[in-house]
Design a protein around this ligand. Structure first.
Ligand SMILES: [Fe+2]
Ligand SMILES: [Fe+2]
Length: 260
């Protein structure tokens, strides 16, 4: 089976890319299931109900999140009842929402786990390695295919987790930096990996944000209001081909498109 994983959908520009481009891309790549990280989907930070529906209506089956999960307080109204959204699983016990779920597409069950890193991003999170052990043992009872979105800053933390999970999950996909890395590969024990899948939204900002505002922030250190960049847009994703009998990955291909 083929899976499309889309990098952090950023603001309205990112949502419009999904609405306008996914159908044509699907006719080329023919995926069975589509996962998108959408932690930046509402105005560049967080997600709300209408934005989530818009993304699902564009053809996304499941949304993963990250450090901006709680940026919009409306999420507390629907995250518990939505069975198509995962937030980092290594948040503290009792936090709303769920960190792992199972979806079924074309008769195949796919387990999805969202994890957040602890290095330079979330020092309050539980250990992502031990949380993955726990979640994999639970999901394994019901599915061969398990996909991990590791939302982290440090490349070393991402690579270490990928090797730790190699052979136990179908893919470890890095998100968060918004910059696509060119290290996509199949690890020794058939887990697909990329350090960061990139972002989907404004192409000419600074990781999605208006470049003038970000430059001002770096040059002055003063508080600056950030807005999504305008202009060209982009889509960053990977297509992963998975043997549904074994859960092993056969191939991972990067997609990086820019639109005028
Ligand atoms: Fe992000
Ligand atoms: Fe993030």
């Amino acid at each position: 089976m083929k899976l499309l994983f889309i990098g952090d959908v950023f603001a309205k520009a990112g949502r419009l890319v999904l609405a306008n481009r996914l159908e044509k891309l699907k006719s080329i790549y023919r995926w069975d299931v589509c996962i998108a990280n959408a932690e930046n989907a509402a105005g560049g930070k967080g997600i709300n109900y209408n934005v989530a529906q818009e993304i699902f209506n564009s053809g996304v089956d499941t949304i993963t999140l990250g450090n901006h999960t709680w940026a919009r307080k409306e999420i507390f109204n629907f995250i518990d009842s939505c069975n198509k959204i995962v937030r980092p699983s290594n948040y503290s016990k009792g936090v709303p929402g769920k960190g792992r779920l199972i979806i079924e597409k074309n008769g195949v069950r796919i387990g999805i786990i969202n994890l957040i890193g602890r290095v330079y991003i979330d020092s309050f999170a539980d250990c992502p390695f031990q949380t993955a052990d726990r979640d994999i043992s639970i999901l394994r009872q019901q599915c061969q295919i398990i996909i991990v979105d590791f939302h982290a800053e440090a490349t070393s933390e991402k690579i270490a987790l990928a090797h730790y999970l190699d052979g136990r999950v179908s893919a470890v996909i890095g998100t968060h930096t918004h910059v696509q890395t060119s290290d996509e590969r199949i690890l020794e024990n058939r887990t697909a990996y990329i350090t960061d899948v990139g972002m989907t939204g404004p192409a000419d900002g600074v990781i999605g944000v208006n470049k003038t505002q970000i430059i001002q922030k770096f040059m002055t250190g003063l508080p600056v209001h950030f807005e999504p960049a305008k202009g060209r847009t982009c889509l960053n994703a990977v297509i992963i081909d998975i043997d549904e009998k074994t859960g092993h990955a056969r191939d991972i291909i990067r997609i990086s498109e820019t639109y005028n």
